[in-house]
Design a protein around this ligand. Structure first.
Ligand code: KIV
Length: 273
């Protein structure tokens, strides 16, 4: 691909500075070199090699079948296409069941080119988070709706709606920051709770279905291009940015980044009250 420029490399420090200055940032999933190049050269700050690839690429009905070997393969592809974005990679289901296993799995993804790894869970991740961070591996903790626990949660639904759940989530988010997490991702939580967590934590908070007040926003690539596979129910927080584009797919990425930075996305229709 020609005339696609790299941007100044984004690091976790870049994101922390954006939070300090009140500047929002945009993140998207990417699974291959072509889209990694298109997305990162459109100025999106973070590429997530998400285990959502199990659903949008492989056709599974959950993320559970995805293996660490598959994640490493997609990570290597994304690394080749990246033009300066921060690359975050998911540790897949059961690849971090113990702290030692999390070290091995995270090391495989870091060797493949990840800049930060993402783990789903709450307080129980404190030990792994500390271990990884102390050994130089930045961690993003994914809380709220955690798709790897879908069988325990009983479905894809909003988390933290009752006051007890909400205060536990707030406490656990603080514990994970104190344990060394560099980023937090909140999926499908009410606007007020996401706002409270974002204000309480010093680290940047990324939201998906978590309202407009988080420091960054993320979406699954296929959702924001309006090509969610028919086997997946399109969630309320999804917006197709292709109609907002005046330059095809690349224009959709630019429109998404602009809407996140201006605070225009997500609006109330894409959030849970
Ligand atoms: O795997 C993924 O794509 C994710 C996003 C939904 C945040 O974790």
């Amino acid at each position: 691909m020609s005339n696609q420029s790299a941007h100044t490399p984004v690091s976790i420090t870049t994101l922390a500075k954006r939070k300090e200055k009140g500047q929002k940032f945009a993140c998207l999933t990417a699974y291959d070199a072509l889209f990694a190049e298109l997305i990162s050269s459109s100025g999106i700050e973070v590429l997530l090699v998400g285990d959502s690839l199990g659903m949008v690429l492989q056709g599974h009905d959950s993320t559970l079948p995805v293996t660490i070997e598959e994640m490493v393969y997609h990570m290597q592809c994304v690394r080749r296409g990246n033009r300066g974005s921060l690359i975050m990679a998911d540790l897949p289901f059961m690849s971090y069941a113990s702290a030692n296993q999390s070290l091995e799995s995270a090391a495989a993804l870091m060797r493949a080119g990840a800049h930060i790894v993402k783990l789903e869970g709450g307080a129980w991740l404190a030990e792994s988070t500390r271990l990884l961070a102390e050994r130089g591996i930045p961690v993003c903790t994914h809380m709220g709706l955690t798709p790897q626990s879908i069988n325990r949660l009983g479905g894809f639904r909003v988390q933290g709606r009752n006051p007890d759940q909400a205060s536990t989530m707030l406490e656990e988010a603080q514990l994970l920051e104190d344990s060394g997490a560099s980023l937090l991702l909140l999926e499908c939580v009410p606007v007020a709770l996401a706002k409270a967590i974002t204000e309480k934590l010093e680290i940047p908070v990324i939201g998906i279905g978590a309202g407009p007040d988080t420091d960054g926003q993320i979406m699954v690539l296929h959702d924001m291009l309006g090509i969610t596979p028919s086997t997946i129910r399109t969630p309320k927080f999804v917006k197709n940015f292709l109609p907002d584009s005046n330059d095809g797919i690349r224009g959709a990425f630019i429109a998404y980044a602009a809407a996140v930075r201006s605070g225009a996305f997500p609006s109330a229709e894409h959030s849970f009250s």
